[in-house]
Write a protein that binds this ligand. Sequence first.
Ligand code: SR1
Ligand code: MG
Length: 420
Amino acid sequence: MSQPYRALSDGSLPEVLAAMPQVREQLGGAFTQWSVQEVGDGNLNLVFIVKGPGGSVIVKQALPYVRLVGDSWPLPLARSYYEHMALTEQTKHVPKLVPKIYHYDRDLALIVMEYLTPHIIMRKGLIQGIEYPLFASHIAEFMAQTLFKTSVLAISAAEHKRRIWAFIDNIALCKITEDLVFTDPYRVAKLNRWTEPFLDDIAAEFREDEKLKLAVQKRKLQFLTSAEAMIHGDLHTGSIMVTPLDTRVIDPEFAFVGPMGFDVGAVIGNLLIAYFAQAGHEERPGARTPYRHWILVQAEQVWRQFNKRFLELWDASKSGEAYMPELFTDPQGAVAFAAEKQRFMRSLFADTVSFAGIKMIRRVLGLAHTEDLESIKDPAVRASCERKVLNLARRLILDADKLTGIGDVTIAARGVLAAQ
Ligand code: SR1
Ligand code: MG
């Protein structure tokens, strides 16, 4: 039976969950035996861990406002609807790389999901210097599958248009990205913050850098108009839970049909943030040098494996509306089509690199920062790491079309680390 929306609490949640058969079965026992803990530390929602005699679940409930800011910034509960729809679609393509869904309640804006244990948020693992040997291949698979299979390279025009329509009203979440990622860091905005006074000069420089602002606006236009595939929309290392053997992507509430490079760039950009943040987490200078190297290797592997898997899926696909294989059956056509696929991937690489840079800048000059950098207590050390993030990011955005491969990106990262 549907219930009117109210924000739930540790006290009120068990009785609500008791009405959901699959959740009841998962937790076991009577609802009075269930323990609840609100653990949400994200920017938007309530997140509860619920434990019963038979098992545990995670409950994610949207609040009618931005948790990070408070009720002065209202936010539609419908984001939970889009998250559930995206998670359902991702489950079709990569069931092992997302949490299981036990229940969705549209009125309560609530999703009950698998409790992932002993997983931790990847960003926290990167702060601790933990290696995840399977991460790059898992996230590459996630992105190749979800991006390729929701694009018109794999599906019909009708299905594509229906999906654009299905996500069309996720306007408020897209607007957060349009403002906080593509606009505010490049203007004086109330919500901006950075490590003052250390970064005052570079923040002002970015606001006055016409070339940089134009390059970012070109990407904002792409974000606003390019309907390539269903993207996660917020694929940073805080939206990925890991163990050394397992990887799960969570939190697709920003999903819509947008540019593929925005997701791939988010992963790579956040790895690069982690790379520069290591100086704030190592016990003595240089102690994390091997780990820094590991992070850059992961950034390379993410792109290379994504590129490979995406092309494999494309080569195997017979069903897409765009580039129908039947048009390229003779040997000459096959060669031309193979070259075109390479061109497509080079263009997607430039998108990825540019979006990576843009996602890096917003985490230093905008409202929402990341724990990698925020947890560095000494502001001078933090600012030094952040300046490197900004310097590499600017270069990635301005040179996106000139960089010939992911190796150029990691060489540039090493150069920025050594230069300052
Ligand atoms: C006001 S929300 C700020 C950020 O939190 C989310 O994780 C997204 O990254 C968003 O931009
Ligand atoms: Mg999130």
